[in-house]
Design a protein around this ligand. Structure first.
Ligand SMILES: NC(=O)c1ccc[n+]([C@@H]2O[C@H](COP(=O)([O-])OP(=O)(O)OC[C@H]3O[C@@H](n4cnc5c(N)ncnc54)[C@H](O)[C@@H]3O)[C@@H](O)[C@H]2O)c1
Length: 259
């Protein structure tokens, strides 16, 4: 067996930007073989150029909404590294709009990418992980998966579904040695959020004000939690939604207000 086959491996969706990119850099730094998967080819090529070239990596373009793309990505990762140790499902979209005007096409697209895409990735990975007898699945949920927010109907519905996907799969696949968890970040400084801030439709003061730590999260802080949940350090943890939110969910006081 050559050195590359002995590496642990991770398949990361949405690896071309934000949290997925940060996760790719973190797992690569920890010596994992990384499969970068995104719908945007140029974006993953740029991230791949930032990785330590001494550790193997793989770039695959496709859409999480296609089960066949995810089955191929899982197979390619396992073939390159010998096993599929973990996945991080970070591909996702958001739109801020009043519920009464919500675009039905975008509502469907949100459910297709955030829910079906996460499900297809987990299903494709789960088939391989169950056969191996081990594996860790880390989904990206949200504080909006546990509570509502104005003008994010589709997004909140999709993240609530992701949180219950975690619990359902953890219960079903735990006896096969496969752990399933999620991180639930508050607002994270990624291109997704920067775009909303630039367009003046992100309540930065409100989000920062609700979190007792009084700031957004950095992508690297979310990636650190993903790495923990994927690692052997979390071997007794499954079915968990781990907040990475500066205390946002814990806060029942001064909602949305700054000091
Ligand atoms: N940024 C935040 O504040 C925040 C907070 C909580 C949860 N999240 C969640 O974290 C995840 C990543 O968000 P981000 O802020 O890094 O976003 P981002 O927009 O920076 O990155 C998302 C990536 O997903 C890719 N993608 C979109 N549709 C895809 C598809 N069909 N197939 C494959 N790839 C696709 C995009 O090309 C992009 O590279 C999302 O699920 C998001 O809902 C983000």
């Amino acid at each position: 067996m050559d050195m590359q086959q002995k590496r642990k491996s991770v398949l990361i969706t949405g690896a071309g930007s934000g949290i997925g990119r940060a996760a790719a850099l973190r797992f690569n730094a920890e010596g994992y073989g990384v499969c970068l998967f995104d719908i945007k080819e140029a974006a993953i090529k740029e991230v791949a150029a930032e990785l330590n070239p001494g550790v193997g990596s793989l770039c695959l373009t496709g859409s999480v909404t296609e089960l066949s793309d995810m089955t191929d990505a899982v197979a390619a990762t396992r073939d390159m590294f010998g096993t599929l140790d973990c996945i991080v499902t970070s591909a996702g979209v958001v739109k801020v709009e009043p519920a009464v005007d919500a675009d039905p096409d975008f509502f469907r697209k949100t459910m297709e990418i955030n829910v079906m895409g996460t499900w297809f990735t987990a299903q494709a990975a789960g088939r391989v992980m169950i056969e191996q007898g081990f594996g860790a699945i880390v989904m990206i949920g949200s504080v909006y998966g546990s509570g509502g927010a104005p003008q994010r109907t589709a997004y909140c519905a999709s993240k609530g579904a992701v949180h219950n996907l975690v619990r359902s799969l953890a219960v079903e696949w735990g006896p096969s040695g496969v752990r399933v968890n999620a991180v639930a970040p508050t607002g994270v400084r990624t291109p997704m959020v920067q775009d909303l801030i630039d367009r003046g439709i992100y309540d930065l003061a409100g989000v920062e004000g609700r979190a007792p730590l009084r700031r957004l999260a950095e992508p690297e802080e979310v990636a650190a939690a993903c790495y923990f949940l994927a690692s052997d350090e979390a071997r007794m943890t499954t079915g968990t939604i781990l907040p990475v939110d500066g205390g946002w969910i814990a806060n029942g006081y001064t909602l949305g207000k700054r000091d």
